[in-house]
Design a binder for this molecule. Sequence first.
Ligand code: C2E
Ligand code: MG
Ligand code: MG
Length: 557
Amino acid sequence: MAKREIYGVLIERLIQVTHQMHFDRDLYVELIHEICEVYHLAKGAIEFYSTPMMESLGKGEYYCDFDNGKAERIVLRERVVSTTKAVLIGTLYAEKGDPDRETEELNQLQNMLRIIIGFVSRRRLIATLEKFGFSDIDGYNNFRAFARYLDIENVENRLGGKVAFHIDLHNFGMVNHEIGRENGDKVLKNYYMMLQEAIGDKGFVARLGGDKFIGVFDRKVKRAVYDIFTGTPVSYGDESGNRVLITAAAGIYMLPNPFMMKTYGDIMDRIMIASSTAKREAGGSIVVYDDKMKARKEHVKKVQAEFREALKNEEFVVYYQPKVNIDTKKLSGSEALCRWIKDKNIVPPIEFIPILEMNTDICDLDFYMLDHVCSDIRRWLDEGREVVRVSVNFSRKHLVSIDFLDRIISTIDKYNVPHKYIEVELTETTTDVEFNDLKRVVCGLQKEGVWTAVDDFGVGYSSLNLIKDLPWNVLKIDKSFVPKSVDEEDSISNKMFKHVIALAHDIGLELVIEGVETLDQLDVLRLNNCEIAQGYFFDRPLPLKDFEDRLTQMVYS
Ligand code: C2E
Ligand code: MG
Ligand code: MG
């Protein structure tokens, strides 16, 4: 066959190979070898630089599909700059004694080389798109990669029985702060690789951004993966051998078997709900999704959506629960407790307070309560009634707010209510940061003559030391801490109760015992010299009119 005919065949095959949808690398390499043989070439190479600047620095990629090891001199060199300013250079080499090529042959080689360069640049573009499409700039698999994985597994019916997760690392901001951002990045990468290793090839892990990861794994590796979630030491990856303990809040969804995914939401919604529950709980927690969570999530959304309007419409009302001196049977004070009157039903605080505490909505409710209490007290005073002190609950969410104290005082003063009639109930705190805020508030209220009470003492991390350090007026003992009766005087609960009461008396705190329901409990209080009880034994929280009757009557029979 004449050279020209051979050229015709080669170029046709070249076009075919390089324009196929499914690139056949073996066929391509075979063809390149054939071309080099026919044209007596020693080597063919392509260089790729992302910009001309990178070219001048010599920083790029190099592809060579044929090299017989005898290349001595350049036959042809083609340099192309693409519209994206990428530089591609194709070079063909010959052996030492090889004669100069005729113009026609050079033209043929040039045409083929251009096809090859075009082809390489197209493939390079596709590879780049893949890379950026399915991984983030730090090289982690991204959500799109996860979605693609789910699609493939779903079609192959391989998702049933697997475990899907979303995790959010605990305090990673703090880790960054402590070991530096650069080391933090390394820890994150190592953590991701540890997860990938534990999950193996029957699952997938991707980063959702920041310190959040999602993925799927086989039930067989559940133990190993859970171990990582609950807490694992991760190295910075340098010689120092330094490691940090990483714990995660994990939301898990056990995919039923069989399982058919209709939308990504079938998996994503559930792991996100479980994960946000896990995040609210302390420590390296793992929460497995169940259908009740979805209902709960919807309830949360509903309350948050309806709150503002309900506040404006005055749907929240103050109930007053009396506090009674157990010796004199006299009404000694009362606690304001919130009720939501919604479509004629009474919604108890447990159904909305914790939700309002997820953001700062609670702060507006607390001041609404204080405002209404002050308005009631003002009216009672104006009516010439005998008035008792009313305690109002304030969420710990207020503590960080600088104007918390001023706002309390100005609300009370707006109604010209003597400060001694108001008591602020706050729960204990555990962190030093909060303690300082708490100190500022409690001391400030003390100075203003507003009473302060520690609420719910005995649940959580109670510490009398913490209480000793602040000038509280009242200690409210939680109902769960009160022994059922005096019968087992030596029981641990009785002993603890006795000591706490004695200590509180020592410090000079007034004691209020919450949740007193029975005569037996009243005996326990008497035995321990507790003065004031608040509980169903005397009264439940009462609507305004009923409480006003108690104010009139003043003494319990
Ligand atoms: P808390 O401040 O410890 O209030 C005492 C709770 O114990 C009240 O529940 C009261 O009804 C209940 N209780 C009183 N006596 C007895 C008894 O003898 N037996 C039993 N089993 N329970 C008794 P309630 O009204 O459901 O309020 C629950 C919690 O909601 C309150 O606990 C308080 O932490 C919070 N809360 C209520 N209103 C407000 C508010 O306006 N603002 C804030 N931030 N929290 C509030
Ligand atoms: Mg309270
Ligand atoms: Mg309480």
